[in-house]
Ligand binder design. Structure first.
Ligand code: F0G
Length: 483
């Protein structure tokens, strides 16, 4: 089967008569390999060369709407689960599943908000800074966009048990799909002491079998890959190419929120680099299909304590370069990391990852989107997080890396004040209450144990609770002082 080459945009009336699965396939991302596999195979890498897989489409055989506005008609059919889903109402842009196999829990009801407060903080003109609140998903993070697609594929292949390694959000997401659909049972692997309590509580409450590995996320992922292949368990980490197909919908909703106009920048935190990879794929496909006229620039933001991508991209100049990635540079980098026993360490535990599995796809996305990579310190992450909270719905620390990164890029003159910037807020504020309380409360012990040891020295946007005696007069006195 040949990979897609050209777009066709037939009239809307003729859409979607044939089975959509016919023209979808799995394909190796390595340009010299390009081995293809059927969509009903369960793979997490190319069996010929070991590279990552994409889901490819023969767009010439798929009926795709002629304009993104076509999708608006679905807003009026909110009683239909597939049209209600903020992921599946765009299903013509990732048509790998027959409709009867789709597993949805109403994910993707997320919003793009213009934020005046964050625009001032970042330093762009009023009206130009947008926050995409992916924390509004059922499990509280962007992961549900991808998990609905993985769960769908798991159902297509008849999986009984699904597993993942996680810094917390993937496990919460997988667990909620298992508990609410009963489509399969779930095992989640997490690093010991490496998960925010909000996320751990979700996996436990959603009744997932939760395995705590003595190690970090990188260890947990290595083990779950072995366990899955040993036991034939369906793997739901972002090496699963179907997951990334669902995550493309974040880009569609961003465009929708902007009235289908393309912004200048998409800024996203980088951990395992699944999101950035899928954004690049989504945007390349939309451009290829003639559904957008230009591709926005992509900024991927690492935490400084987990900055493999930043180092490889900026210090070692590693690029996709049509698939000619200098593997020896990357291997040398990892060998040195192991030699020095360097482990990821950041308050943004969601992106505390030193071996991002989607590195190659992310490099490709950076090429597609004329991208940049930066890293930000935990101090900048927490200050940005406090600004997001004070000016909107709030987010967890990893998400705030996008805002801190946008601010850095603005200060460096890479982002212009007149640019329209979208920061992806990947996870809900309540995911990691400890980090928030440690920043705001003034509790010395919490500050020392969680923040100071990671180089955080100040809390300029602290909002401390005011202690007062249980006495009306004293309370009124206090409130008068606050006026
Ligand atoms: N933000 C949040 C809130 C996350 O949970 C993650 C990843 C990221 C950003 C990074 O996204 O991996 O696509 O670059 N969390 C994974 C997990 C690793 O296990 O929940 P990425």
């Amino acid at each position: 089967m040949t990979p897609p080459t050209a777009a066709i945009t037939p009239p809307v009336a003729k859409l979607f008569r044939s089975s959509p699965t016919d023209a979808a396939f799995q394909v190796c991302i390595e340009p010299t390999c390009r081995a293809t596999y059927a969509v009903d195979q369960t793979l997490t890498s190319c069996t010929a060369c070991g590279s990552l897989l994409d889901i490819g489409y023969d767009w010439n055989r798929i009926r795709v709407p002629g304009s993104m506005r076509w999708f608006e008609q679905r807003w009026s059919r909110r009683n239909q689960p597939l049209d209600f889903s903020g992921v599946w109402r765009f299903r013509e842009l990732f048509p790998f599943a027959p409709e009867e196999s789709i597993v949805t829990i109403g994910e993707g009801q997320t919003i793009l908000q213009n934020s005046a407060a964050v625009a001032s903080y970042v330093g762009v003109q009023q009206g130009n800074l947008f926050l995409q609140y992916e924390g509004l998903n059922p499990s509280g993070s962007f992961k549900d966009n991808g998990m609905t697609a993985a769960a769908t594929h798991a159902r297509m292949v008849g999986a009984h048990v699904a597993a993942c390694a996680s810094t917390g959000n993937t496990s919460a997401s997988l667990a909620i799909y298992a508990s609410s659909t009963k489509a399969f049972r779930t095992v989640v692997f997490i690093g010991s002491g490496k998960i925010a309590f909000g996320k751990l509580s979700q996996a436990l409450d959603y009744d997932a079998c939760t395995v705590q590995i003595m190690g970090d996320f990188d260890d947990a992922l290595a083990r779950v890959r072995e366990v899955s292949s040993e036991r034939g368990i369906y793997l739901c980490n972002s090496v699963n190419p179907f997951r990334l197909e669902g995550q493309k919908s974040i880009m569609y909703r961003v465009l929708e929120g902007l009235g289908w106009e393309v912004p200048d920048w998409i800024v996203v935190p980088g951990g395992n680099l699944g999101n950035s990879s899928s954004f690049g794929k989504a945007l390349a496909e939309l451009k290829q299909l003639g559904l957008i006229d230009r591709i926005p620039r992509l900024a991927v933001i690492n935490a400084h304590g987990a900055n493999t991508l930043q180092q490889l991209y900026n210090d070692h100049h590693v690029r996709w370069n049509n698939g000619n990635v200098p593997l020896e540079t990357i291997n040398r980098f990892y060998a040195e990391m192991d030699l020095n026993s360097r482990r990821a360490d950041t308050i943004a535990s969601a992106i505390e990852i030193n071996r991002p599995v989607n590195l190659m796809k992310c490099l490709r996305a950076l090429e597609t989107c004329d991208g940049v990579v930066r890293d930000v310190h935990d101090q900048e992450i927490l200050d940005a997080k406090a600004q997001v909270g004070a000016g909107g719905f709030g987010c967890e620390p990893a998400s705030a890396a996008s805002v801190a990164g946008a601010r850095l890029l603005r200060a460096q003159g890479v982002i212009a004040p007149s640019d329209r910037v979208v920061c992806i807020l990947t996870g809900h504020q309540l995911k990691d209450p400890d980090a928030t309380v440690a920043y705001h409360s003034g509790n010395r012990d919490m500050f020392e144990s969680k923040l100071a040891r990671r180089g955080v020295t100040e809390t300029p946007f602290r909002n401390m609770p005011q202690g007062v005696e249980n006495d009306l007069g004293k309370i009124l006195e206090l409130l008068a002082r606050l006026d």
